[in-house]
Design a protein. Structure first.
Length: 447
């Protein structure tokens, strides 16, 4: 059971690189003094994440910024002197190109693993090249995998690392405020996604983030450590530097079960064109019995999906989803409802990313989950596929939007809400960051 120190640092400008070295050094030694065997630092803790451009980075190098090799030599020396393993994010030089990297240094000061971020987020694309491999490394603490920030948004990346035997995932990150300018600090990874990943794959995850402002980008802090069941063991504040100490138990990863048909779908790169009328609406309604109103009563642009709970001989109620006279049962293939594809599946299917991902690749814009599933899992499926998800269980339904936020709660018979499925037609979570087109199936393995 290794003791991990998760170190949250303040964002700094590229031009302030000289002020970064000492805090990183001090943090490594402080982690060792607290009895930690492994220290985790944020994404691009050296020299900065928001570097502006490759030209600005190399201009800073010409003006005195030490190379990545010089910083790494210092990091190895600090790890050796402190007698502690260190995982840290840094900008790596690849000739004239740059990568958003993380290194794992052992307590003897040797580099044991290097990883380059694979799913590039927004401005990452402006100055970094994506990574090309997903590998794990054996350590005294068990087999470790590394992912960097937005990598967590593609479930295939975590699935591949766990298929490679990862018993613990380390995540250097710099969670950007996704709530918008002047809005309260919030990021879906800190809110629910990391919990969902830990629970889905059955292994703990440690995430070290930044806080403050860096080059005009605001970070949300909120570094955390999740146990293998998805429970948050400890979490940092949003607005200050902080060190979290947690004793973590590496776990054997939960295998991913994939049918041959779905394996074939996951092996395809990209997806077909999604066409959805911007005026088309779906009305989700809780009915006391069968859906009796025909969708034609609502007008040509609205299709009614009735969600009904029926008693089953004194046992738990059974959910029925209907559209007009048509019953919608769990199926591998999405239904076409007046030009909108809708997938229906069981809670067991939603526990894994596979079925919702395949539904999204097949063009589904709404997923209906017939039965109770963990709320943060439902939200993760919506976010990672940019779809609406209705999680339906006895007495209540949550409707989650493509951004992972809960849009509506249907509390009982007579309650209803409407959605515009076209909101889910765009799969970009940020500029040039399409969660389906950015998939690189040739890199993935699911056991």
């Amino acid at each position: 059971m290794p003791r991990i120190a998760v170190i949250q640092t303040e964002g700094t400008r590229l031009s302030d690189w000289s002020r970064t070295i000492q805090p990183v050094r001090d943090a490594v030694h402080a982690a060792a003094q607290h009895g930690a065997e492994l220290a985790l630092l944020p994404e691009c803790v050296w020299p900065a994440y928001c570097i502006g451009s490759r030209a600005e980075y190399f201009a800073a190098r010409a003006a005195g910024l030490p190379s990545d090799r010089e910083f790494l030599d210092k990091l190895c020396d600090w790890a050796r002197r402190a007698g502690i393993w260190v995982c840290a994010g840094l900008v790596s030089e690849r000739g004239d190109a740059l990568a958003n990297s993380a290194v794992l240094v052992d307590a003897a000061g040797e580099v044991r693993h290097r990883y380059d971020k694979c799913f590039l987020w927004d401005f990452d694309n402006d100055w970094f090249e994506p990574g090309a491999s997903l590998e794990c490394v054996d350590t005294p603490f068990g087999r470790l995998g590394i992912m960097i920030c937005a990598d967590a948004r593609l479930p295939e990346i975590s699935a591949t690392l766990t298929a490679g035997g990862a018993q613990l995932l380390l995540q250097p990150t710099a969670w950007v405020n996704a709530a918008g300018v002047d809005a309260p600090l919030w990021n879906p990874q800190a809110d629910f996604l990391i919990r969902a990943r830990a629970r889905e794959f059955g292994i703990p995850i440690a995430s070290a983030s930044k806080w403050g402002v860096e080059g005009g980008t605001t970070f949300v802090g909120s570094s955390l450590v999740c146990g293998a069941g998805g429970a948050v063991l400890t979490q940092a504040a949003k607005d200050r530097s902080e060190m979290l100490i947690a004793d973590v138990t590496p776990s054997e990863p939960r295998p991913v079960h994939v049918t041959e048909r779905r394996r074939d779908m996951l092996a395809r790169r990209g997806y077909g064109e999604i066409v959805c009328d911007n005026d088309r609406q779906l009305e989700l309604a809780f009915d006391a019995g069968h859906g009796t109103r025909d969708h034609a009563d609502l007008g040509g642009s609205v299709t009614r999906v009735a969600l009904a709970l029926e008693a089953r001989n004194g046992h738990s109620p059974n959910l029925r989803a209907t559209c007009g006279a048509r019953e919608l049962a769990p199926s591998e293939d999405p239904y076409d409802l007046s030009g909108v594809r809708v997938a229906v599946m069981t809670p067991a299917e939603v526990e894994s990313f596979v079925a919702p991902r395949c539904a999204a690749l097949a063009g589904a814009l709404l997923v209906i989950v017939c039965g109770e599933a963990a709320g943060f899992t439902v939200r993760a499926r919506a976010l990672e596929n940019r779809v609406f998800v209705a999680g339906v269980c006895e007495g209540r339904t949550i409707l989650v939007g493509p951004d992972g936020r809960v849009r509506h709660r249907l509390l009982g018979p007579g309650d209803c809400c409407r959605i515009h499925p076209s909101e889910a037609a765009c799969k970009e979570v940020a500029r040039r960051s399409d969660v389906l087109r950015a998939r690189r199936p040739g890199m993935y393995a699911f056991g």
